[in-house]
Design a protein around this ligand. Sequence first.
Ligand code: DAH
Length: 379
Amino acid sequence: MTDITSRTEAALAAIAAATSLDALEAERLETLGKKGWVSLALKTLGGMTPEERTQAAPAIQSARAAIADALDAKKAALEAAALEEQLARETVDLTLPAAAAPRGSVHPVSQVMDELAEIFADLGFAVATGPEIEDDWHNFTALNMDETHPARAMHDTFYFPDKTLASSSEAVGQQKTPEGREVLLRTHTSPVQIRAMLDQGAPIRIIAPGRVYRSDSDATHTPMFHQVEGLVIDKGIHLGHLKWTLETFFKAFFEREDITLRLRPSYFPFTEPSVEVDVGYSNEGGRRVVGGHGDAPGHAWMELGGSGMVNARVLEFAGLDPKEWQGFAFGLGIDRIAMLKYGMNDLRAFFDGDPRWLAHYGFSPFDQPTLSAGVGARA
Ligand code: DAH
């Protein structure tokens, strides 16, 4: 009895003093292991008379319980300490400069998209998105271009062939949506107008920046390029709102007050009336610089995009009553305005992924465009 008490005390002291999981395991084997003294003492109970057993059992069992609890507690403590130590040892010093590591930069297109979103957010526009893999209803029909409309042919559309019909001899068919619409890569961001109106109804104020695709390639055209669509639908909207919005945007974007816009009558199926938007610029040191009046000596006009009042037919396709709602829309080439702002002359370089070009024109990820700090900080 006293023997058990003193051995238990000795075991508890050894457990408390253990400084490693190995030392703790050795102590466990010595006490609760198959040949440990507690296990052996428990075995002796079997050979006792019931009276002897009633006498001896409680001391042995409480010794076993006390030692088992102490082992568990110490094991948890040692494991926690080991984890602490590992965490302290493996700390990464985030303040260390990554001196030798290659530096990434923000692509000018991403930078300009961030700048656009920042300026238009200030004017109360939300950013809307739509799929790049579109159908011909959203891309054409709902924008007032039915199957026979000549503008469809002018878009150099990439259609999706129907692989299920493909065979060496057979002509490849057209992939269709479940509604029977043709599947294509969107040729402009204008289908996002339709999707946004169908989703949100009116009033609405959105921009939709994104990738668009046309089968076209030379120094000023690439098969994939970027546009930003704008759409405002409300009551009593007129061309004056459109002109003010574009002027305010371009002044903020190019960070100068002397921006002159010219709205030239034009035609788009989805707007009526339609205008093309030109901006005055001059040539300075072989670089086109926006500003001033295009008709002034040494100045000229450059086309930046299309716009107009949303055609009543488009409102109807999008489920709105044209007697109640009016609006304007615009579509600008992002790559174009990026080239103009940052002085690049070959569009193809945008998509080459040449690290030297990116290092030269790229932007620091820390240079977030903000209206207060300037939307065009250079890297
Ligand atoms: N979607 C036209 C294009 O890609 C551009 C455009 C013109 C968009 C007029 C508009 C608009 O929203 O009103 O050529």
